[in-house]
Design a protein around this ligand. Structure first.
Ligand code: SF4
Length: 384
């Protein structure tokens, strides 16, 4: 189970083009982010005011933009709609087992394979039940956060959800909070589908084939995300880039982080060298996208590093927090953008993010392992 077998011959869930090809994705996304921020103030401005007041009263955490708080509230509403019924119907025993298995796979490498096999079986059982979402004015959001945490796929999101659940009693009732966040999610789903749907047309078919394959994969809660979760992360990347921008601009050294799936060669053949915790491209392959970015960085004044595997990812990310002159530009597929932004904030990092044009890694998305790429013009806009 360490390397789940992807479903063969399935469509890409999403695909965006490049500025050079005239793809309007980024300008459409920017306009939608403007609309979102206006709508967020109308629907959740009071909640955000209260949250900031709570922080001013002594809760210490890195400052965020109002747009970032709005993304957190939208995420809350969408995850409630997606998963609250599953969380409610999962027995306490299973919930505890899920949490335990996530801990084991994260901390005990020798037991990771067995833990992932069991997680895959549990997840498949949950996803194969038919779920009927019923509006509930007082859902158990604390249980939802625990359940999301236990899947291992929403660790960052569940941490942010808890910050909204703690200490709010003087400011809003549960019913008010649920009505605001669920209403926001319903508005978003419809608008995002009409604005961004042309770039995510493969999501439903991808999900259907994964579920029809009946395979107990540990990444099931990643590869079965619905279209609105792609849209949430796409929008979140734009809104978070705006929130992070002042801090990013304040740091002179820029490093672009690229995923291993961008390489022209696999792990064994890639000649990248280790430099402490960093992985640095040696340009061993003439048409490797990472090498092209490395050359571009040499010309434009930024560095490039390959992101290591998940097992060392957190330690690796933390080491950047000891480089106060450095800001990061992280390239990733959309489902990792919002949680990645939360993690960057938690670590006090300054960053921008750029979306890969499609998902291509063998592990989750593409049996043939097509090397991924990003829009270099968009990268140059962000890295400046
Ligand atoms: S060009 Fe760089 S990233 Fe690509 S395979 Fe070679 S060393 Fe690895």
């Amino acid at each position: 189970m360490d390397t789940p077998t992807p479903v063969p011959h399935i469509p890409r869930p999403y695909q965006i083009g490049s500025l050079a090809q005239g793809d309007p994705f980024h300008s459409v996304l920017a306009s939608f982010a403007d609309e979102f921020e206006t709508e967020a103030e109308r629907r959740t401005g009071d909640l955000i005011d209260a949250r900031i007041a709570l922080l001013c009263a002594g809760n210490e955490e890195p400052a965020r933009s109002r747009g970032e708080y709005a993304i957190e509230l939208l995420t809350f509403g969408i995850l409630r709609s997606e998963y609250a019924a599953m969380a409610q119907a999962t027995s306490d025993t299973t919930l505890h087992r899920m949490a335990d298995l996530w801990r084991v796979r994260s901390t005990e490498p020798d037991r990771k394979t067995a833990a992932d096999q069991e997680r895959g079986r549990i997840f498949l059982g949950i996803l194969h039940r038919s779920w009927e979402q019923r509006p509930d004015p007082a859902p158990d959001d604390a249980r939802l956060a625990r359940w999301l945490d236990a899947t291992g796929e929403f660790v960052q999101e569940s941490q942010r959800m808890r910050t909204w659940l703690n200490g709010h009693e003087a400011f809003w009732s549960t019913e008010e909070f649920v009505a605001a966040t669920s209403g926001f999610a319903a508005w978003f789903e419809e608008r995002a589908k009409s604005v961004l749907g042309r770039w995510t047309g493969g999501v439903d078919e991808f999900r259907r084939r994964v579920l029809d394959s009946d395979t107990p994969r540990e990444d099931l809660f990643l590869v079965t995300r619905t279209e609105r979760l792609y849209h949430l992360n796409m929008l979140g990347s734009e809104v978070m880039n705006r929130g992070f921008r002042p801090g990013y601009d304040s740091r002179p050294r820029k490093i672009v982080l690229v995923p291993g799936c961008m390489r022209a060669r696999d792990d064994k053949s890639c000649q990248a060298r280790r430099d402490g915790l960093d992985i640095v491209c040696t340009r061993c392959h003439p048409s490797c996208e990472v090498a092209a970015l490395d050359r571009l960085g040499e010309e434009k004044g930024f560095g490039v590093r390959v992101v290591p595997h998940a097992s060392t990812f957190t330690a690796w990310l933390e080491h950047w927090s000891r480089a106060p002159d450095t800001a990061l530009v992280a390239a990733a597929c959309p489902l990792h953008l919002v949680p990645g932004g939360y993690e960057m904030r938690a670590l006090g990092l300054e960053a921008q993010c750029v979306l890969l044009e499609f998902s291509g890694c063998k592990r989750h998305w593409d049996p043939s392992g097509t090397p991924t790429r990003l829009d270099r013009n968009r990268l140059l806009e962000l890295v400046a």
